[in-house]
Design a protein around this ligand. Structure first.
Ligand code: MF3
Ligand code: CO
Length: 248
């Protein structure tokens, strides 16, 4: 069931969205070569708790941390660890969810650490552009399939591929609500988005093949060819004439 939010409810999501954005900004300022992903997790946890909010990933289906920290060929759901030290030239995707007053925010950024190769730089740029292409003409009445179409077209036009096994999602009181929001698809297909719907659009774009492998820890997702991947996500609200990005 797709939930449509009132203006008052979207105002609440604006607050959880703002906290979510703040976590990512904070991590962007703090991330350094030589740090562990566990240290980044602690920074996120401490900030979220200091705001009177809760990190929604922590305990979700047994997930053991507040953020996902996914390096290079890890697409998503990298578990923060004392053993994972950030190195020069890596792409570090940070995904975080915050619940505040009962409302969720969910967002991700891919940080480039130190001296990053041209190919990785392009991958990060194109992944961000995929999100912005997806929302460009999005408004009340737009078919859901247009999002995936825009993301896929932009990624593939740049020689990259779109992960199929993981998708974006509706969001609200729950982190994952209907509908699912694939990053691939056909223009003009699917349900029509309505004013007051809130969704997380999250392109996961691979430098090589689109296929991924699920690791035996139950979480970590890697590209099958072990080439790099980037992730960019925002929670948005559909408005009459466009969208409002709640986590930017
Ligand atoms: N942010 C992810 C998503 O968009 C959720 C991470 S899974 C978790 O679906 F277990 F870490 F929460
Ligand atoms: Co999400």
């Amino acid at each position: 069931m797709i939930t449509v939010k009132t203006d008052a409810e979207i105002a609440c999501m604006r607050e959880s969205g703002k906290l979510t954005k703040n976590v990512l900004d904070l991590i962007g300022r703090e991330i350094r070569i030589g740090m562990t992903t566990k240290e980044l997790d602690k920074i996120a946890y401490d900030y979220i708790k200091s705001c009177g909010a809760y990190p929604s990933f922590l305990g979700y289906s047994g997930y053991p941390a507040s953020i996902c920290a996914s390096i290079d060929d890890v697409v998503v759901h990298g578990i923060p660890s004392d053993d994972v030290v950030i190195k020069d030239g890596q792409l570090v995707s940070i995904d975080v969810g915050v619940v505040y007053n009962g409302w969720q925010g969910d967002a991700a950024r891919t940080f480039m650490v130190g001296n990053v190769s041209q190919e990785k730089r392009k991958l990060v740029k194109v992944t961000e552009e995929c999100f912005f292409k997806a929302i460009e003409r999005l408004r009340d009445g737009t078919p859901l399939g247009d999002i995936g179409y825009q993301v896929q077209t932009h990624a593939e036009n740049n020689g990259f591929s779109v992960v199929r096994a993981l998708v974006g999602h509706g969001i609200g009181r729950e982190m994952h609500e209907d509908p699912t929001v694939p990053n691939y698809g056909k223009k003009g297909t699917g349900i029509r988005l309505k004013k007051g719907m809130t969704i997380a659009i999250e392109p996961m774009i691979n430098a090589g093949v689109y296929q991924v492998d699920f690791m035996s820890d139950g979480w970590t997702v890697r590209t099958r060819d072990r080439k790099p991947s980037a992730h960019y996500e925002n929670t948005i609200a559909i408005t009459e004439n466009g969208v409002e990005i709640l986590t930017l």
